[in-house]
Design a protein around this ligand. Structure first.
Ligand code: ADP
Length: 206
C-alpha cells in the first residue's frame, strides 16, 4: 500500500486533483469530509465541541453552526488549538480505520488541507502538493465560492506559505493553467510514479 498525502492551499485545486486520482483508481480518504462526519448530531465529537464552546455554536436544529464556530476559532488561536485537540484525534482514528480497510495493493490518497500546518508529512510515503499563485487562488475563491476578495485573501494568508509547502513536497503539481493541464499532470504522476512505486513496495513485501 502506497500512502500519499495530498495537500495544497485553499483554491489551489487539491479537490480537483483528488477527484482525478479517485477516477484513476486511488482510494481517496477526504479529511475534510471526515472532519464534518465526526461532529454530526448525536456524535461524541459534537458533544465534546459543545462542552468546550457552549451551545451558542449549535443551530436551532441541533447541528453544528460551522460559520459561528469558524468565526470563534478564526479570531482566537487558543480556541483553535482546543478545537483541534478534540477533532484531530477523531479524524485521525477514522482515517486510519479507512486506510486499514483498503486492499493491501491500493494506492491510498489522504486528501488533507493542513498537512504542512499540522506537521503530518511523515505519515506518508509521498507528499503531493497542488500549487497555484496567490492571486490565482483568490480569483477562484471569489468566482466559485462566493467570497469577497478580502475574505479570500484572509483565508489564504492564514495558511502555510508556498515556501513551507515546497519544503515538504515530494511532488509539486502546478495548477496555474487550465484544469485539463492539471488532469494531465495527475495522469503522468499516476503512471510514471505512483503505480511503479506501489509495485516496488508490494514486491519488497513478498
Ligand atoms: P482546493 O480543494 O484546493 O481548495 P478546488 O479543487 O476546489 O481547490 O478548486 C478551487 C476552485 O477552482 C474550484 O471551483 C475548481 O473547480 C476551480 N479550479 C480548479 N482548477 C482550476 C483551473 N486550473 N482553472 C480554473 N479553475 C480551476
Amino acid at each position: 500500500m502506497l500512502k500519499i498525502g495530498l495537500t495544497g492551499g485553499i483554491g489551489a485545486g487539491k479537490s480537483t486533483a483528488a477527484r482525478e486520482l479517485a477516477r484513476l483508481g486511488a482510494v481517496v480518504i477526504d479529511a475534510d469530509r471526515i472532519a464534518r462526519d465526526v461532529v454530526e448530531p448525536g456524535t461524541p465529537g459534537l458533544a465534546a465541541v459543545v462542552a468546550a464552546f457552549g451551545p451558542g455554536i449549535l443551530r436551532a436544529d441541533g447541528s453544528l453552526d460551522r460559520a459561528a464556530l469558524g468565526r470563534l476559532v478564526f479570531a482566537d488561536p487558543d480556541a483553535r488549538r482546543r478545537l483541534g485537540e478534540i477533532t484531530h484525534p477523531l479524524v485521525g482514528r477514522e482515517s486510519a480505520r479507512r486506510e486499514a480497510a483498503a486492499p493491501q495493493e491500493a494506492i491510498v490518497v489522504h486528501d488533507v488541507p493542513l498537512i504542512v500546518e499540522n506537521g503530518l508529512a511523515g505519515r506518508y510515503n509521498l507528499v503531493v502538493v497542488v500549487g497555484a499563485d496567490e492571486d490565482v487562488r483568490v480569483g477562484r475563491l471569489v468566482r466559485d465560492r462566493g467570497m469577497t476578495r478580502e475574505e479570500a485573501l484572509a483565508r489564504v494568508r492564514a495558511q502555510a506559505t508556498d515556501e513551507q509547502r515546497r519544503a515538504v513536497a515530494d511532488v509539486w503539481l502546478d495548477n496555474s493553467g487550465t484544469p485539463e493541464e492539471l488532469v494531465q499532470q495527475v495522469h503522468r504522476l499516476w503512471e510514471e510514479r505512483l503505480v511503479p512505486e506501489n509495485e516496488r513496495l508490494l514486491a519488497t513485501r513478498n
